[in-house]
Design a protein around this ligand. Structure first.
Ligand code: 2P0
Length: 339
């Protein structure tokens, strides 16, 4: 006897960044954040979980390679879901006592620093919730795996409410609009480097929370206003406003990294070149047609409308003649129509 379930979850790209925790154990953020979840099959994780009485110990395989299950965040997610299943009596006790074998795969290069943990944990938690048939807000459980994972539980544009409670029960994600709301929106992912980042997000956030005055200012004065403006821009499909807020928020996040002490940085010369190219392109048209955003690494995500994709790709090819566009994928674009 065995039970197998499979789930998928996609990478999300933050347009209002999450940076800094008020509680490291419960992964509670200092501020609300907003992201776009890429459509299924574009850049996603696929996880199967098998429960069987003859599995001796819990096991996890990532992209076909056996990893250690001795991972606190992974164990927390499994424990939490089993505890809810026990409480809700959704499955019998014998089934709950069986160990699990988890197999997770990404359809994009894990090493490229493209937020694989967000899609991975969102997918894992979705699969486990399905296995144990629990009915609950799973974004809160995905958050315990990796903060930004709570946003990948939903499609379209998503807001992670920081919440105010100490137990984290109001720190949860919610969809702002479905992915069908803005069908012309595209994302180009420019892989600048596929090396491991030198300062992990968790360590970087801790350093910034402890030392950056700019982070305090951002949390109090900038994010609340930007979140409202961003939601408005998304709902009205106001691309220039959306784009300006996205770029300013990315720039502020990277300024906070430099304002931390000792400072750290994620952007490289190539990242700065991309920033310059985007601003020059927008200036040429006297209109904001493309926006960049960078996470905890040098890779750029460009947001733009579908009608501008061919020209922008041409510009990228011109500025970076050796670039390979294999990994350039779009929001809402089915897999077979890669650019
Ligand atoms: C974001 N990042 O909003 C921001 C922008 C990176 C830069 O969320 O410690 O991997 O697991 O909560 O979720 C990366 O942080 O960190 C992140 P943990 P996570 O997407």
């Amino acid at each position: 006897m065995s039970v197998i379930v499979t789930a998928t979850a996609s990478v999300n790209i933050a347009v209002i960044k999450y940076w800094g925790k008020r509680d490291e154990e419960l992964i509670l953020p200092l501020n609300d954040s907003i992201s776009a979840t890429l459509d299924t099959n574009v850049m996603c994780a696929r996880t199967s979980v098998c429960a069987r009485p003859d599995i001796q110990k819990n096991e996890i395989y990532l992209n076909g390679i056996k990893n250690s299950f001795d991972n606190k965040r992974l164990q927390t997610c499994l424990k939490k879901i089993k505890a809810i299943a026990t409480l809700q009596k959704t499955v019998d006790e014998e089934f709950l006592s069986w160990n699990v074998r988890i197999c997770s795969e990404n359809n994009f290069p894990t090493a490229a620093g493209l937020a694989s943990s967000a899609a991975g944990y969102a997918c894992l938690v979705t699969a486990l919730a399905k296995l144990y048939k629990i009915q609950t807000d799973i974004s809160q459980i995905a958050r315990l795996g990796s903060g930004s994972a709570c946003r990948s539980v939903f499609g379209g544009f998503v807001r992670w409410h920081a919440g105010v409670k100490c137990d984290g029960s109001d720190s949860t994600a919610a969809q702002i609009v479905q992915s069908t709301h803005w069908p012309e929106m595209r994302v180009l992912v420019l892989v600048v480097a596929d090396k491991e980042k030198h300062t992990s997000s968790s360590i970087g956030m801790k350093k910034s929370s402890e030392t950056s005055e700019l982070l305090k200012y951002r949390v109090e004065h900038c994010v609340p206003r930007r979140v409202d403006e961003m939601i408005n821009a998304i709902k009205k499909k106001d691309f220039p406003r959306f784009a300006e807020l996205t770029m300013k928020d990315s720039n502020q996040f990277h300024a906070i990294c430099l304002d931390s002490y000792p400072p750290f940085h994620y952007l490289t010369d190539v990242s700065y070149k991309i920033i310059d190219v985007v601003h020059k392109y927008n200036e040429m048209y006297r209109e904001t047609k493309v926006a960049y955003t960078f996470d905890a690494g040098p890779n750029a995500c460009l947001f733009l409308l579908e009608e501008n994709v061919p020209e922008v790709l041409g510009v990228i090819k011109y500025v970076f003649p050796s670039s390979n566009t294999d990994y350039v994928r779009g929001l809402d674009v089915p897999e077979e129509e890669e650019h």
